[in-house]
Design a protein around this ligand. Structure first.
Ligand code: MN
Length: 197
């Protein structure tokens, strides 16, 4: 199984002014692509067997090292693009809305916790909404890690590596995370993932 850079599910300038075409040029075209190219080089010799990208991530995690770093980054970034929408942001609807209220009390409380977790992730990493045992939780991961390899179902993710926001927000990671929730987050994708959890 080899990795393939997915097309962005929106036009490169469709998220402006919240996420610029320049950011996406670098983030998707350079950073994500580099993980795909390097991951495929390493997979050639690894002999891992997997039926899906999710299985491959779990197998690569067991192998660890640079192989997992590149395969995990590919999975996380592919997931992240689907978490963004030109028509996204704001309070959720559908099943995810009720599940968020159940787990966090209210959407506003969820938002505070999600932004605080993303701000509190030291260095490079990710902040996730994930489902475990039928309940939602916020999970932080470093580098290429994903809650998928801990038996959870990823529902949403925000990339908090500096390359995700530095061109648009400089060092203002809290503003990037608020903007992600207010203007970009794709709740339809979250509902699709919740239905599989
Ligand atoms: Mn990234």
């Amino acid at each position: 199984m080899s990795l393939e850079l997915p097309d962005l599910p929106f036009g490169k300038d469709a998220l402006e002014p919240h996420m610029s075409a320049n950011t996406l040029d670098f983030h998707h075209g350079k950073h994500h692509n580099a993980y795909v190219v390097k991951g495929n080089e390493l997979l050639e010799d690894a002999g891992l067997k997997a039926d899906s990208l999710e299985d491959l991530v779990i197998e690569a995690k067991k192998a660890g090292g640079p192989l997992f770093n590149n395969v995990g980054q590919h999975y996380n970034h592919s997931f992240f693009w689907n978490c963004l929408s030109p028509n996204g942001g704001g309070a959720p609807s559908g099943d995810i809305a009720a599940k968020i209220d159940e787990a966090f009390g209210s959407y506003d409380d969820f938002k505070k916790e999600f932004v605080a977790a993303g701000v509190g992730q030291f260095g490079s990493g990710w902040v996730w909404l994930a489902a475990e045992g039928g309940k939602l939780k916020i999970v932080k991961t470093a580098n290429a890690d994903t809650p998928l390899t801990d038996g959870m179902t990823p529902i949403l993710v925000a990339d908090v590596w500096e390359h995700a926001y530095y061109l648009d927000f400089q060092n203002r990671r809290p503003d990037f995370l608020s903007c992600f929730l207010d203007n970009l987050v794709n709740w339809d994708f979250a509902n699709e993932n919740l239905a599989k959890a």
